[in-house]
Design a protein around this ligand. Structure first.
Ligand code: SAH
Ligand code: SF4
Ligand code: F3S
Length: 437
């Protein structure tokens, strides 16, 4: 059988889609371990920031010699850059055979077939779709490790001023509860102990026939036999409700961690970003979380240097970061994305002025993270063992329910188990400890 290699860029939704791409192609292609042993290479792309998009073209450049050496090699480009750029990718990158959009991944086998029989290079992009193309059978034997991703909805209706996601993923559509539960049961039967439910804004999940909301779904998944841990991303702060905090506190499998992207600390900038909440409202939700779920850890995303952001606005972000005390913050320089509302905004604040802000923010966050890490030393925590560390030095790697990454020595037979680990040392990204018997 021929082999396919899928290279994934971007968010967890793309990681999930790549698994589905393998599944949709499994009758024809086995998974390849690397691109140079593949007969078909697929790039599942991300266009969230300009850099992500550039990576795609630079990888395509690196595939050129491979294609020259192996003329039968097929190269496909899917995902968010494909959805946005379409035919332009075929024009710009002559080594690409097919381009397919985010709503077309379930048609991939037939698109490839057409490429082969017609001999023509193809671009197949639907503007939007009334189905979640990620539905479909998981790839046989593909499950590995105790953690799994499960997409519950696609698209986004929020249109934050900076964000390309609504343009490349279309309108919000939820999968049916039955389909989600069936997939969750499959994952659990094949070794998943922890499931992360995925959606750009999970709080707007609506069961298509009953109209049931996200909390109902969370309760149904929590009730499944054999599931130890349940997580979900992403929650939009404007829709993050008290009811959900109660559900998190009350449902035994739901972990004490929430990713709650704040984006900025200044109300003026939040309004310009069209986020529909103020920093005060955000902080109220944080207090509610902390009072109902004492062990909760909070992570966030922040954009620095949105058009018109002044030093005083940025100072509000720094102060909010300090007030919340995030476990971790993913921060990015604003990147103007074609087609978004912010793309054409004038920016009176010079690049030079803003250049130092991102490292400044990261330094503040690193200090907060370091403080949290050192306060864990001496404690004993439950860790779900996810696998052996990247360096095969006898170290295992796992996470606490509240999202601390823990490394410790142990045998690979412990993968998939929850073990008690005493924390001995704190590092920048993770904690180190030893198993207590
Ligand atoms: N649906 C999620 C995340 C979407 S993208 C949410 O609503 O938060 C992940 C992160 O990328 C965003 O939270 C944001 O911080 C960042 N991001 C999105 N567009 C960006 C842009 N144009 N420039 C810089 N960062 C951006
Ligand atoms: Fe983008 Fe906003 Fe939707 Fe998140 S909620 S995906 S940031 S438009
Ligand atoms: Fe990137 Fe698309 Fe995800 S733009 S962040 S891969 S939804």
């Amino acid at each position: 059988m021929e082999k396919v290699y899928v290279k994934t860029f971007g968010c967890q939704m793309n990681v999930y889609d790549s698994e589905k791409i393998y599944a949709f192609l499994q009758d024809r292609y086995l998974p390849a371990a690397a691109e140079d042993e593949a007969d078909l290479v697929i790039l599942n792309t991300c266009s969230i920031r300009e850099k992500a998009e550039q990576k795609v073209y630079s990888l395509l450049g690196r595939l050129k010699p491979l294609k020259e050496e192996k003329p039968d090699l097929l190269i496909g480009v899917g995902g968010c850059v494909a959805q946005q750029e379409g035919e332009r990718i075929l024009a710009r990158a002559p080594m690409v055979d097919i381009v397919f959009g985010t709503h077309n991944i379930d048609q991939l086998a037939s698109i490839l077939e057409e490429r082969i029989t017609s001999g023509r290079r193809l671009c197949r992009i639907d503007e939007d779709a009334d189905r979640v193309p990620t539905a479909g059978a998981p790839r046989a034997g593909s499950r590995k490790g105790p953690t799994a991703l499960l997409t519950i909805m696609k698209g986004c209706d929020n249109f934050c001023a900076y964000c390309v996601v609504p343009l490349v993923r279309g309108r919000e559509i939820s999968r049916s509860r039955d389909e989600i539960l069936e997939e969750a049961r499959y994952l659990i039967a094949h070794g998943a102990k922890e499931i992360t439910l995925l959606g750009q804004n999970v709080n707007s999940y609506r069961e298509p026939s009953t109209g049931g909301g996200f909390i109902d779904l969370l309760e149904s998944v929590d009730a499944l036999d054999g599931l130890e841990r349940l997580r979900f991303v992403t929650s939009h702060p404007k829709d993050f409700s008290e009811g959900l905090v109660h559900a998190m506190a009350g449902l035994p499998s739901v972990c004490e961690h929430i990713h709650l992207p704040v984006q900025a600390g200044s109300d003026r900038i939040l309004a310009a970003m069209r986020r529909c909440y103020t920093s005060g409202e955000y902080l109220e939700k944080v207090s509610m979380l902390r009072s109902l779920i004492p062990e909760v850890e909070i992570t966030t995303d922040i954009i620095v240097g949105f058009p018109g952001e002044e030093r005083a606005d940025f100072d509000r972000t720094l102060s909010l970061v300090d007030t919340v005390g995030y476990q971790n913050a993913f921060s990015f320089r604003f990147s103007a994305r074609p087609g978004t509302a912010a793309a054409d905004l004038e920016d009176p604040v010079p690049h030079e002025t803003k250049r130092s802000w991102l490292p400044e923010l990261q330094e503040v966050q690193n200090r907060i993270t370091a403080g949290k890490h050192s306060s864990m030393v001496g404690r004993t925590v439950g860790v779900l063992v996810e696998g052996s560390g990247r360096r095969s030095n006898g170290m295992l790697e796992g996470r606490t329910r509240n999202n601390f990454i823990v490394h410790f020595p142990g045998s690979p037979s412990m993968v998939g188990c929850e073990v008690d680990v005493r924390i001995l040392r704190s590092r920048k990204i993770h904690l180190e400890g030893e198993v207590v018997s």
